[in-house]
Design a protein around this ligand. Structure first.
Ligand SMILES: [Cu+2]
Length: 68
């Protein structure tokens, strides 16, 4: 059963930022879908297992941004 959660990412300014965050978050184990809204920084993640917040934070930081 999937779970959907929304995080807020700070510092994204363009489509490249959206792509970077999407790619990093998609690599987290169990992640099925990532939707990013540039204007608000909202990153909605659907996963097949409960998400590890630490992994999400690490992925966002790996992309060069921060969780809000
Ligand atoms: Cu950008």
């Amino acid at each position: 059963m999937s779970e959907t959660r929304t995080f807020t990412v700070q510092g994204m300014t363009c489509g490249h930022c959206v792509t970077s965050v999407t790619e990093e978050v998609q690599e987290i184990s169990g992640v099925e879908h990532v939707d990013v809204v540039l204007e608000t920084g909202a990153v909605t993640v659907t996963s097949s297992q409960p998400l590890d917040d630490t992994a999400v934070r690490a992925a966002v930081e790996e992309a060069g941004y921060r969780l809000g």
